[in-house]
Design a protein around this ligand. Structure first.
Ligand code: NAD
Ligand code: UFG
Length: 354
């Protein structure tokens, strides 16, 4: 039996892909998720995709803020490390409902960290975000850039990073890796798991995907007057399977014998910038679908160009993204065309065992 990992938010988009890679790498995984923004079907599919290793997956439908329920899970299993994905992530909603975000993301994290400390589990990987770089003065963003937050969601990421730095400062037994994700897109190449956001998608690729399957008439492009190659915003899109593999590399670093990890931060991106129009063109090519566009003004809070410096992760995690935007769009379309309604309407053809 491999090491035991608790994965919070493991039914979600990035979590489900990471759980699969963990199982395939021989880890034993317990997922805690309240299913607020996900479906248990994702984990059922993960277990099938993992084959025999699927038996090493357990699921607990609980909210992280339910201290007693969390305690029971730690009572029943001695975890070697925790990967903490659980959180709310919609920027606009966080502006309208800041208390919801502070309550869920901050209180949930504090209860998790307190429980880990009580049970002597002091190895953590946390999902941070490139949002902590704000509108960077230059690119690529390196991990030592100044940090800022422009909305409550981003502030929760920044606050949790600071909490992690503080607890490591107070107790050097903690080993913590903060992963700053750039823009995760795509899906598992099988097409059985992928992103299935509730409501109107906030992010570019889930929206494009819903236009392609006929659920929405057109993509609104937010701003074509930026100082970029074609006037639209530039981002560092990263295939979700590469991102998931970045977590395996991080967990393995936590378990490396000898030196302590301390509290380290790594960017997970590709180091390449792609504009909105380039991404749409790549998706049209992969899917054979035309994506109607409506040009609109800039989205408040958006920045012009963000992409990662990847050298620290390459050097210290021995990890590098393998996939480019062609594969990202191919796999996004494979998932979307097989599951036009996400996990919402189960369909026999999406069952990996058939
Ligand atoms: P997601 O919404 O698909 O997954 C998050 C999961 O956490 C969901 O399954 C949700 O039900 C669960 N959850 C939320 N609050 C919870 C609580 N209190 N208790 C238990 N479960 C709870 O999102 P994702 O895209 O997979 O993102 C995972 C993490 O990565 C989040 O912390 C997010 O902020 C961060 N992140 C995401 C992106 C992105 O673009 N997707 C970028 C940077 C960082
Ligand atoms: N965009 C559109 N139309 C849309 C959606 C997005 O034109 O319907 C544009 C945006 O203006 C931006 C680009 O597509 O130029 C990417 O936008 P996303 O919303 O997909 O991604 P962001 O970079 O704005 O933000 C995302 C997450 C943040 C996270 C950040 C970095 O929403 O929470 O990636 O990881 F912090």
């Amino acid at each position: 039996m491999g090491k035991r990992i608790l994965v919070t938010g493991g039914a979600g988009y990035i979590g489900s892909h990471t759980v699969l890679q963990l199982l395939l790498a021989d880890f034993s995984v317990a997922v805690v998720d309240n299913l607020d923004n996900s479906s248990e079907a994702a984990l059922e599919r993960v277990a099938k995709l993992a084959g025999d290793a699927g038996r090493n997956l357990s699921f607990h439908k609980i909210d992280l803020r339910d201290r007693d329920a969390l305690k029971k899970i730690f009572d029943s299993t001695k975890f070697d490390a925790v990967i903490h994905f659980a959180g709310l992530k919609a920027v606009g909603e966080s502006v309208e409902k800041p208390l919801l975000y502070y309550n869920n993301n901050i209180i949930g994290t504090i209860i998790l960290l307190e429980t880990m400390a009580n049970y002597g589990c002091k190895k953590l990987v946390f999902s941070s975000s490139a949002t902590v770089y704000g509108w960077p003065k230059e690119v690529p963003c390196t991990e030592v850039f100044p940090l800022c937050a422009t909305n409550p969601y981003g502030r929760t990421k920044l606050m949790i990073e600071e909490i992690c730095r503080d607890i490591h400062c107070g107790d050097s037994e903690w080993d913590i890796i903060l992963l700053r994700y750039f823009n995760p897109v795509g899906a598992h190449p099988s097409g059985f798991i992928g992103e299935d956001p509730r409501g109107i998608p906030n992010n570019l690729m889930p929206f494009v995907q819903q236009v392609a399957v006929g659920r929405r008439p057109a993509l609104t492009v937010y701003g074509n007057d930026y100082s970029t190659k074609d006037g639209t915003g530039v981002r560092d899109y990263i295939h979700v399977v590469d991102l998931a593999d970045g977590h395996i590399a991080a967990v393995e670093k936590l378990f490396q014998g000898g030196s302590k990890t301390g509290c380290q931060v790594y960017n997970l991106g590709t180091g390449k910038g792609t504009s909105v129009l380039e991404m749409v063109a790549a998706f049209e090519k992969a899917s054979g679908k035309k994506i109607p566009l409506v040009m609109a003004g800039r989205r408040p809070g958006d920045c012009e160009t963000v992409y990662a410096s990847t050298s620290k992760a390459e050097k210290e995690l021995n990890w590098k993204a393998k996939y480019g935007i062609e594969e990202m769009c191919r796999d996004q379309w494979n998932w979307a065309s097989k599951n036009p309604w996400g996990y919402g309407k189960p369909d026999e053809s999406t069952n990996p065992s058939t």
